[in-house]
Write a protein that binds this ligand. Structure first.
Ligand SMILES: [Zn+2]
Length: 106
């Protein structure tokens, strides 16, 4: 999904304290035609989360999940495309293969 980080900023908020993420704290891990994967670190509560943003027939859907992985760790995982039983990877794979619209997604 070719969307600039500026546009994504309005979509992503910290799931813990609800603060919007600053641009410098957003790391784009993967960008595909209909999906963007981001790693975010909150400036105020310092929790990190992974956010998967997909665009479907009915618009843009974002799904966030907390992670213990640091930016560096998660970069390594995405770079090597390692497959593990880790939940983060499971969700990532699920969304990658997901072809339905927003209503099915929810
Ligand atoms: Zn926060």
């Amino acid at each position: 999904m070719k969307t600039s980080v500026n546009n994504l900023e309005s979509l992503v908020k910290c799931p813990i304290c609800n603060k919007k993420y600053g641009q410098t704290k957003i790391l784009v891990l993967e960008e595909e035609e209909n999906q963007t994967t981001l790693h975010l670190t909150c400036e105020s509560c310092e929790n990190s989360s992974l956010v998967f943003i997909s665009s479907g027939k009915l618009g843009i859907v974002s799904l966030g999940m907390l992670t213990d992985l640091t930016r560096e760790e998660v970069k390594g995982i995405f770079k090597s495309e390692a497959i593990s039983s880790d939940q983060v990877i499971e969700v990532h794979r699920y969304l990658k293969d997901f072809k339905g619209g927003t209503s099915e997604f929810i």
